[in-house]
Design a protein around this ligand. Sequence first.
Ligand SMILES: [Zn+2]
Length: 410
Amino acid sequence: MSSSQHFSDWLVNAEQAARSGGDFVVAILERILQEASACDASDVHFQPGKYAVEIRFRLDGVLHKIGELPSEHAAQTAARLKVLANLLTYKTASPQEGRVRSNRVPNVLKEMRISTAPTLYGERVVVRFFSEENRFHYPDELGFSDDLLQNLLRTIRKNAGAILVTGPAGSGKTTTAYALLRELADRSETLRSIVTLEDPIEHALDRVAQIETPHQGELTLRDMIKYMMRQDPEVLFVGEIRDRETAEASLQAALTGHLLITTFHAGSAADAVGRLCEIGIEPFVLRSGVSCVLCQRLVRRLCECAETPKSREPLTLEIDREKFTLSAYRLPKGCPKCGGTGYRGRALIAESLPLNDDEVMRGVLDRRETSTLRNLAKQGGMIPISARAVSLMESGVTSPHEIRRVFGGN
Ligand SMILES: [Zn+2]
């Protein structure tokens, strides 16, 4: 990837292109999008400020400033991006959304989604890349530990019950859900009827009936779930549970002989159960309807340039309000290969609530606090995500800095 010191080279090249009859903004945008695509950025931000438009790339989940364009080019930059997505260039006072087809920008083979919004200093444009193929197809390619993987594969073979894939924003929940659906669609011994309700549909899946949740009209997600029940589904994927109505309708499906896969925003597996109770789901519904509560995070992997700290003192850090002392760890450094960030790629860590454990189930039914549930789960054999994080640091896969960033501890 190219770091900010290369941005000045991109500018020089664009100026040269302009002198030989081209257009500066067209040339620099082409370069920015090509570089972003080449280094696998997920998003590019064109953030207008008082004096300049800041260009940022999101790499492995983290935003990096790449460079600045003088604000004299701000309006034309936004206009050019809108042209690429067939949006109305004169419409600058309200948000717009559009898609840019693969290869519309030379050498950018990924499809892009562009969204604009009016801000104090002009239009802010965010470009999101769609990889034409999700890189991780099946659950065994996601990086789950073997115990969690086997548990997931066992659970999706069942004919009923819910699999809740939980975690904070950006923790890869959708990728996991898609991988489970692909496993069911492509690798089941018998043909299964799979229906999804998504907002939006992120990837097309073979042998799966994917339905985008309607935004207009009277139909709610809950209504849609009810309609889908008449479509003779065996497996139902509900993109995300956000409220009581959706949770109830989805879990009802899981209780009546359908395998349900859904995602839910939560900080830990125990927290997910607590939050479902909070929004009004009865504990006995969770007991009978839920087969698996997975919670996951993505952490950046250290690049091979990482170094071992000179000081041999053990490091203490807190994850999920629990203190750990590291016997060994490595620190990010930065090299041309990782664009100076010190990281390349991401690793997945996860935990799964042992719902077959009597004590854990009693804790759920008694509406015990999240911290109590977590302790019961650990006694019941759950390897908490914090312990998985510690082993990733000790084996040098990721750094204490990254774990602090992801878990927000001290
Ligand atoms: Zn490096």
